[in-house]
Design a protein around this ligand. Structure first.
Ligand code: FES
Length: 370
């Protein structure tokens, strides 16, 4: 009896402790969410729709990249490994938006990491990211993209060129934690590419499961289809192949997968890339429609132009990232008018519905709430 009573007391004490710990965690989370929202309040008018505030928690420099740790508001849905976000920052009174893959998901601390690789003349990578102060509030789109592991367990072959290595780390970590074998082929110009030390540390942690191969293109040249085929043929037939890199790299790997006779469903390619910022060249200069913005500005649209292309041609800044209808960072509410979505071929007729200006062709005059 005494023994049972003391067992019950102990269980009650444990439950009370867990309850208190949970309550404290929730209060901290609510405070954090509220404080992030309050911090962003002052900037609210400049941000795009559907973006969520995220506070800069740390900024780490590495040769060739800046790592930004962010604590998003709790309203932000936790991402899947391999997904990307668009992030907006204020710079010289303008909102600058870019898309980046998530290079780390720290669920225990509610933090995510963006790895911003340096590019020539990159405004975000060279001027904004390295200057970010801890506590700065940025805005994030919902995490998106289907560059994610399938639900069934399978070995992974991760093939990355250049900055394509950034989404691979969370994919590898998730697979390794479930006991799945992972092979990495990193094609990089440098002998010590971005994030490489983390890959080596991961390999030490999972020596039986993870093997990393660095192909240094400065010394070895570009890998050929046969190089990919040789590696693929040594892997099991149920391997899931993940490819992130430039179009030539993706095409070569697609060919290697075809040559190996693997189902295309086992090939996952990250086709997202930054849009060309140059105005589109059109055959006809005839204006066929106009897009009105809430501030009274009007954008002339020529035959065959999307709303985003027309805005660029007119020198009107419009939040966007991929330019392909993938990231949804351009999503805008249409007050009136009809557009054709070039991806789906469907006409969007209803007033007040959300459209993607980067893939929307106006079918007459259109009014946007932006
Ligand atoms: S810019 Fe990415 S969906 Fe429009």
């Amino acid at each position: 009896m005494n023994k049972q009573t003391s067992w019950l007391d102990k269980r009650r004490g444990q439950v009370k402790h867990w309850g208190q710990a949970l309550e404290q965690r929730m209060m901290a989370a609510q405070w954090r969410s509220a404080s992030v929202d309050m911090l962003s309040f002052a900037f609210e008018p400049l941000w795009g729709a559907k973006q969520i505030p995220a506070r800069v928690d740390a900024v780490e420099a590495e040769e060739g990249a800046t790592h930004i740790w962010l604590r998003p508001s709790l309203r932000w849905a936790w991402p899947k490994p391999g997904q990307f976000v668009s992030v907006s920052a204020q710079h010289d009174g303008e909102v600058v938006t870019r898309c980046y893959s998530l290079s780390a998901l720290d669920a225990a601390n509610d933090r995510i990491r963006l790895t911003v690789c340096s590019v020539n003349d990159g405004l975000f990578s060279n001027n904004i990211a390295p200057q970010l102060a801890v506590g700065t509030v940025l805005k994030l789109s919902p995490a998106t993209g289907d560059f994610v592991a399938p639900k069934h367990a399978a070995p992974l072959w991760l093939c990355a060129a250049g900055s394509g290595i950034t989404p691979m780390l969370p994919l590898a970590e998730a697979a390794l934690a479930q006991g799945q074998a992972v092979r990495l082929l990193a094609v990089q110009r440098e002998a010590q590419p971005v994030l490489w030390q983390e890959w080596l540390a991961l390999q030490q942690r999972y020596p039986q499961l993870l093997r990393c191969e660095l192909w240094c293109s400065a010394e070895q040249g570009r890998p050929q289809i046969q190089d990919f085929s040789d590696r693929l043929n040594a892997l099991p037939n149920n391997v899931e192949v993940f490819v992130c890199g430039n179009s030539g790299f993706r095409d070569s790997l697609q060919q290697a997968v075809q040559n190996a006779g693997l189902p295309m469903a086992q090939l996952h390619m990250e086709s997202f890339y930054q849009t060309n910022t140059a105005p589109a060249v059109m055959d006809s200069a005839d204006v066929v429609a106009k897009v009105s913005l809430s501030d009274g500005r009007e954008i002339p649209v020529r035959e065959g132009e999307t709303i985003l292309q027309a805005a660029k041609s007119a020198g009107v800044a419009m939040t966007h990232c991929c330019g392909q209808g993938v990231c949804r960072s351009c999503e805008t509410r249409k007050v009136s008018g009809v557009v054709e979505n070039l991806q789906t071929g469907l006409k969007q007729l209803r007033d007040g519905e959300w459209i993607l200006p980067c893939v929307s062709l106006p079918m007459g005059n259109v009014e946007l709430a932006v």
